[in-house]
Design a protein around this ligand. Sequence first.
Ligand code: SF4
Length: 89
Amino acid sequence: MDWRERASCADPDIDPGVFFPPVEHRVPRGWEKKAIEVCKMCAVNKECLNEALKRRETEGVWGGLTGWERHLRKGGPRPSRGRPRPTEE
Ligand code: SF4
């Protein structure tokens, strides 16, 4: 069985939209909280995070981490002072 078949986000009662930032000029702070709650309860969050890191996914919440958090996890550079963070967060 593929790990995706055991994903909490595959539940039809879970809105897949919560895993991605709203398409707005200014993304509201905390948009990712609902997704992270779902991921915490997910039986395959380690597999999911590993897949996102392997694929260098930059968008959305995977394995309970945002794209920015995954970037830092992989040792990506932190922004210098005054440089805007990715719009996702
Ligand atoms: S960790 Fe989150 S995004 Fe990944 S499969 Fe589970 S619920 Fe879906």
